[in-house]
Write a protein that binds this ligand. Structure first.
Ligand SMILES: [Zn+2]
Length: 350
């Protein structure tokens, strides 16, 4: 089969498209004929490498993907050949207390396709049967690949960690990123009001089309002041942050009493100075979040398939242009998800 593989970490040329043996499913696994895959920031980390962290190279990246069941392995039987599926990217050991209570992301042996084992940037992928999510017949496979990781991440941040409720004022940074698009839609679905920040006026406008009531270009306007005005001086109930040093220390000052700031990443830098006075004075919470549980993944899928949450596709690339797709990802001039068409015969939905 044809696959994208990383043999050594590096720049865009670290992504090698090559012929390798087609994998066979082990017990409890199925083989999926991959139709579409979506890029995530995780793919960038996998390509470039992370100091002090070892990836199992050579590795096929790709944590988000969709397709059809191709071979049902031994001891697997909940799906049939030809079933349309997308993949829940995370898996636990299946036996520990965290896994048993549906909080797989807290499992000590938590793994993600495309990071800890081979993922879906290949014509075929083998996955645990438990990780398959059935896709309704009338739902396009490209969109089915575009939501699992980011919507799970955003759902866990906004719903589980921050306990969003109707009427909350929610700030979502970096409006165009996959997690932010999902977080804004999820907060709206729960009846919250959303403000977004972005680095261009067009992304601010797209953020408002995506459901935000208000948006600020952080390069031309002070988002803390704008947020104070927008919340009538009260401050935000929730801030969704994956930017880090550029936004999080200021965000502490922009929260309302009892406010929560939740982080799932630090793209601008991890080490920062935080003033603790407002944290106790205003009873604030700083919450960390990574991925989510399988029940949350299925809940998110239900809302996506029903059209209540709508993944936004920025661009589609053929698999052979995976390096170009990663380049676009690194340049950040896009809004929503970047997709890879793995099966050239699987139609694009628009
Ligand atoms: Zn476990």
């Amino acid at each position: 089969m044809k696959a994208v593989r990383i043999h050594e970490h590096g720049d865009f040329d670290a992504l090698v498209v090559e012929e390798i043996p087609t994998p066979e499913p082990s017990p409890g696994e199925v083989r999926v004929k991959v139709a579409w895959a979506a890029l995530n920031h995780l793919d960038t980390w996998v390509r470039r490498g992370v100091p002090g962290h070892e990836f199992p190279l050579p590795l096929i990246p790709g944590c988000d993907f969709s397709g059809t069941v191709d071979v049902v392995g031994p001891e697997a039987g909940k799906f049939e050949v030809g079933d349309r599926v997308c993949i829940a990217p995370g898996f636990g050991c299946g036996r520990c207390q965290s896994c048993s209570s549906g909080r797989q992301n807290l499992c000590r042996r938590y793994g993600i396709y495309g990071e800890t084992v081979d993922g879906g940037n290949a014509e075929f992928a083998v996955v645990n049967e438990e990780n398959l999510i059935p896709v309704p017949d009338d739902f396009p496979l490209d969109i089915a690949a575009a939501f699992p990781l980011t919507y799970l991440t955003a759902w866990h941040m906004v719903v589980d960690r921050c306990e969003v409720k109707s009427g909350d004022r929610v700030l979502v940074h970096a409006a165009g990123s996959g997690v932010s698009v999902a977080a804004a839609q999820i907060a709206r679905m729960w009846g919250a009001e959303v403000m977004v920040t972005a680095g261009t006026d067009s992304k601010v406008a797209q953020g408002c089309e995506n459901g935000a009531e208000f948006g600020v270009n952080y390069l031309t306007e002070d988002w803390v002041k704008a947020g104070k005005r927008w919340t009538e001086g009260k401050g935000f109930d929730i801030i969704v942050d994956h930017v880090g040093i550029d936004t999080l220390p200021k965000g502490i000052w922009a929260l309302a009493k009892g406010g929560r700031i939740v982080t799932c990443g630090v793209t601008s830098g991890a080490e920062m100075k935080i003033h603790f006075a407002p944290i106790f004075f205003k009873s604030l919470s700083i919450l960390g979040s990574t991925m989510g549980g399988h029940g949350e993944q299925l809940e998110v899928a239900k809302h996506v398939f029903a059209g209540r949450l709508k993944p936004v596709v920025a661009h589609r690339f053929p698999m052979e242009e995976v390096a170009e797709a990663h380049r676009m990802m690194s340049e950040r001039g896009f809004f929503g998800k970047i997709l890879l068409q793995i099966d050239s015969e699987s139609p694009a939905s628009e």
